[in-house]
Design a protein around this ligand. Structure first.
Ligand code: GAR
Length: 206
């Protein structure tokens, strides 16, 4: 393995996918290659971003697969068929079961739009995270990239970056600032860090 094969799982706009694609283009992400994008939402704009970048994309929905188990079975087959080494959850709005996360242990990372352990866990995703941060009145929030295990947002932390909450922030304004100042920076950085580490470990074992 001289380059880690990455699959990016998405559900929506795909700005974090775009940050990864841009990092690949600029050479910041050099130890891994985005080989596949999988969306669980056929209408996700992220699919257009994959197409624009010439990256293979697939749509898999729970409904079409007959539920969560069927979805994860189909996803596992696809990832294995494509020889994927690392799975990046970039705005992927579905919780994966313990059997899936165990199967890909230390091979799945996620970006969460808050400083874990604040404003995270089941039901905390997207704008809800920023609504909760504003409701609580925190003055600092941020983003976290972490390994994914069976506990939602509970895996080992890889990188975090703090972002200030400003007077007059709305959830939308705060979401945008957290993306710009934290997520789009630490997700590509963490992906490169993990890919480089995977290459190093592979080199040592051969
Ligand atoms: C991002 O803020 C991401 O951190 C968050 O959803 C947004 C997706 O935006 N993910 C979660 O809340 C997952 N727990 P994007 O589709 O533009 O990357």
């Amino acid at each position: 393995m001289n380059c880690v094969k990455i699959a990016v799982l998405v559900s929506g706009g795909g700005t974090n996918l775009q940050a990864l694609l841009d990092a690949q283009e600029s050479g910041l992400l050099k130890s891994g290659r985005i080989a596949l994008v999988v969306s669980n939402n056929p209408k996700a704009y992220a699919l257009k971003r994959a197409e624009n970048a010439g990256v293979e994309a697939a749509v898999l929905t729970r409904a079409a697969c007959g539920g969560q188990e069927g979805f994860e079975r189909a996803l596992t087959s696809l990832l294995e068929e494509k020889g994927i080494d690392l799975i990046v959850l970039a705005g992927f709005m579905s919780i994966l079961s313990a059997s899936f996360t165990d199967h890909f242990s230390k091979r799945i990372i996620n970006v969460h739009p808050a400083l874990i352990p604040s404003f995270c866990g089941k039901g905390m995703y997207g704008l809800k995270v920023h609504e909760a941060a504003l409701q609580y009145g925190v003055k600092i929030t941020g983003a976290t990239v972490h390994f994914v295990n069976e506990v939602p947002d509970g895996g080992e932390i890889i990188l975090q970056k703090a972002v200030s909450v400003m007077p007059g922030d709305t959830p939308e304004l705060l979401q945008r600032r957290v993306m710009e100042e934290a997520e789009w920076i630490i997700l590509p950085k963490a992906a490169e860090q993990i890919c480089a580490e995977m290459l190093r470990m592979k080199g040592e074992s051969t």
